[in-house]
Design a binder for this molecule. Structure first.
Ligand code: SF4
Length: 106
């Protein structure tokens, strides 16, 4: 189920936040809105997510897993994909900078 520690951590944080939340989680009341068919707008789900008490944890969970359907943390599949790409590029630049600094120090 989990491919790495980041996925496990994201799942644990989402479960913990859900358990601790005394408020309603919108997608549990309107699940169909969170899995729009191709061509359907995701705006209803996104607006409900903005009211969700566990928005941050859900967005992190959605970014860790590469689900090809559904709205997580107010983000569509395409939005999650773009954010993941930007995060990967940043990590790559950081690795390159660290390697350069290591080489320079040795
Ligand atoms: S943020 Fe996540 S848990 Fe909250 S309503 Fe949206 S999809 Fe559901």
């Amino acid at each position: 189920m989990f491919e790495n520690k980041s996925q496990l951590d994201a799942w644990k944080q989402l479960m913990k936040a859900g358990d601790e939340s005394s408020l309603d989680i919108p997608c549990t009341n309107y699940p169909d809105a969170f899995f729009p068919e191709k061509g359907e707008k995701a705006e209803i789900a996104k607006s409900l997510c903005r009211e969700c008490p566990i928005l941050t944890q859900c967005a992190q969970y959605g970014l860790e897993f590469e689900y090809e359907h559904g709205i997580f943390g107010g983000l569509t599949v395409d939005e999650r994909w773009r954010i993941r790409r930007a995060m990967d590029a940043r990590r790559s630049r950081r690795r390159t900078a660290d390697q350069w600094l290591d080489q320079r120090a040795s």
